[in-house]
Design a binder for this molecule. Structure first.
Ligand code: ASP
Length: 328
């Protein structure tokens, strides 16, 4: 396939994952990110002309923040290109939710403005498995990306049904139907302006801390002393926090650290404040699970450092993108 001067095409960006995976020689397991996107596309019958770009070929458990930045830049370039009808991204399933969240907040507005779709897809079985799910997923993703049905924005196709990017959840570690869409209110995304993309070392340092039986505060103190800028609490239940962790998180916030309260359950809405009054100054994660909330917090922290006519705080950005009622 020639990549030169293809008018009106779908851009397919390969990043790796099991969809590009091959069984290991020993026959035990497989390695993600082995087959080039140009080869994967030879198995697809597309009614749209395709142009491909190999951005990386990795296991998505190794995804780095600078690579996310590069992806965001390529997606923005593709969206602005009048010859690109839509964009498909092949991706590992382990961190697909985080990439979908990132793309929603940095490119979702322009995708909607340009009336185009950005569609993530992947596979649970490697490309040389006899029941490989990749070719069908890729084919469905390309078809959906090319449809002019008014549903522009960031999406994922894992199976036959498209899932809005922000709603995407990997809910099973091994089944081929591992993904589902969290039910979100229609007006959940309140920001039409895309947030700026942090480059290389501009990404704020944000960690996830889990609350659990017998939780201890030392990790929080350690992170605070080493310059972490934000902590997402993967709390218990509706975002509750162990009494041993709360004082250390309060100290961290007093010293200027950003804290967001999510739940390790990973589903459902985390809002309001806790009845026991703990972490009253933390923001809640809304519908975002801890991994998604971490990306949102990084983008909000970075946006708040960018000078503009009317700079907002990280809390302002976070509340807007997460659609919190305490929107300031
Ligand atoms: N570890 C793989 C990856 O995320 C899993 C997958 O793609 O299903 O790249």
């Amino acid at each position: 396939m020639s990549n030169f001067s293809i008018p009106l095409h779908i851009l397919v960006i390969g990043t790796g994952g099991t969809i590009a995976g091959l069984k290991t020689v020993s026959g035990r397991g497989y390695q993600a990110g082995q087959v080039p996107i140009s080869t994967l596309l030879t198995q697809i019958n597309s009614k749209f002309p395709l142009k491909n770009m190999q951005l990386s070929n990795i296991d998505s458990c190794d995804l780095s923040e600078p690579l996310l930045s590069e992806l965001g830049i390529q997606v923005r370039t593709g969206l602005a290109d009048p010859d690109v009808i839509g964009i498909v991204i092949t991706h590992g399933t382990d961190t697909m939710e985080e990439t979908a969240t990132f793309l929603e907040f940095v490119c979702g507005g322009s995708a909607r403005n340009f009336g185009k779709k950005v569609v993530l897809t992947g596979a649970m079985l490697p490309s040389d498995h006899r029941e490989a799910d990749g070719p069908q997923n890729l084919s469905n993703a390309i078809e959906f990306a090319g449809k002019r049905d008014g549903q522009s924005g960031i999406w994922a196709v894992m199976g036959s049904e498209p899932i809005p990017g922000l709603a995407l959840v990997k809910g099973h570690s091994s089944q081929t139907n591992a993904f589902f869409g969290e039910a979100l209110p229609n007006d959940w995304v309140q920001v039409s302006n895309d947030l700026p993309i942090p480059l290389d070392n501009q990404w704020p340092w944000v960690e996830i801390i889990t609350s659990h039986v017998g939780a201890r505060p030392e990790t929080i103190t350690f992170l605070k002393n080493h310059g972490v800028q934000g902590i997402v609490l993967a709390g218990t239940g509706a975002g509750t926090v162990h009494e041993n962790l709360a004082p250390a998180l309060e100290q961290f916030m007093k010293a200027g650290g950003a804290v967001v309260r999510a739940s390790r359950i990973g589903r459902g809405y985390i809002g309001g404040s806790l009845a026991n009054g703990r972490l009253a100054k933390a923001l809640s994660a809304g519908y975002l699970n801890p991994a998604k909330a971490r990306i949102a917090l990084q983008l909000a922290l970075f946006a708040s450092t960018q000078s503009g006519a009317n700079p907002l705080s990280w809390q302002d950005y976070f509340a807007r993108i997460v659609g919190l009622p305490e929107f300031r």
